[in-house]
Design a protein around this ligand. Sequence first.
Ligand code: SF4
Length: 323
Amino acid sequence: MSEPLLTIDNLVTRFPTKRGRLTAVDGVSLTLERRESLGLVGESGSGKSVLGLSVMRLVQPPGKIESGAIRFDGHSLLDLDEEGMRQLRGRRLAMIFQDPTATLNPVFTIGEQIAEVLRWHTPEMSPAEMRERVTEMLDRVGIPNAGRRLNDYPHEFSGGMQQRVIIAAALILNPHLVIADEPTTALDVTVQAQILDLLRRLKDGEPETAIILVSHDLGVVGEMCERIAVMYAGNLVEVAPADDILDDPKHPYTVGLIASIPRLDREVGALSPIPGRLADPVSPPPGCKFNPRCAHAFDRCRVERPVLKTIAPGRQVACHLHD
Ligand code: SF4
């Protein structure tokens, strides 16, 4: 069998704080196959964005990856120097961030900003070829009058159109992996649906591209992704094919996430939010980090941390109930 596109092995990423070390990613191991779509879900603060930034090697100091390994497309990412990472970012590995207004530079035109990716990675392209490629890409992501609009500045685009521009820049070199970090959270509900539909179509049209969609919304990733990884307080607690997770969740936290998805066929008032708060990442409870919120917790849960184990082909769960 060929090597997975991405292998994360026992990754730990921490940030120093006044209260002590904050463990955002706590021993995560995960693989992603070529062309696969994986949804990474969990509440805000569960560590999923930091996991994405760790793969990109974009964790801001004083935060740092303390241990573990990340293997991507034949490269050991934690052993590469910054120049080596720069060569991979954009060409092989791209990230779409939550807020397009924070990503785009207001003083450069849209065309200049997308062409920057080409200038860096394919300097042999002529300006005319770059312009043609940028226009083609803007057209693909649904920007009307792409040839004219590449001369516009970010403030002349709506939030949804700006996010389309970011997606165009991320995909222009057909990367092997795109990490989309809550790409629709900053957008209106109607625009969210358009962007998700766009990502889905682009993914289907890009046979070489795998995607990790980071979201707090299990409903969204369930529609978009083949597989789902659920993260809680820095740990992966369940990994399985999307249909299996949605139809038959095994971890009590995943059960809670699904119960809190608004659905048209559910009575008003029937939503069940998960009680309690996310575990403190500086001093989490002993044993299973979810135990103070878990209706099934028993004595062992309060002293022994469960590890992610395979319980069926393709299904992994970290919960003592499934030992
Ligand atoms: Fe609940 Fe125990 Fe499973 Fe943790 S290990 S999710 S506390 S049953």
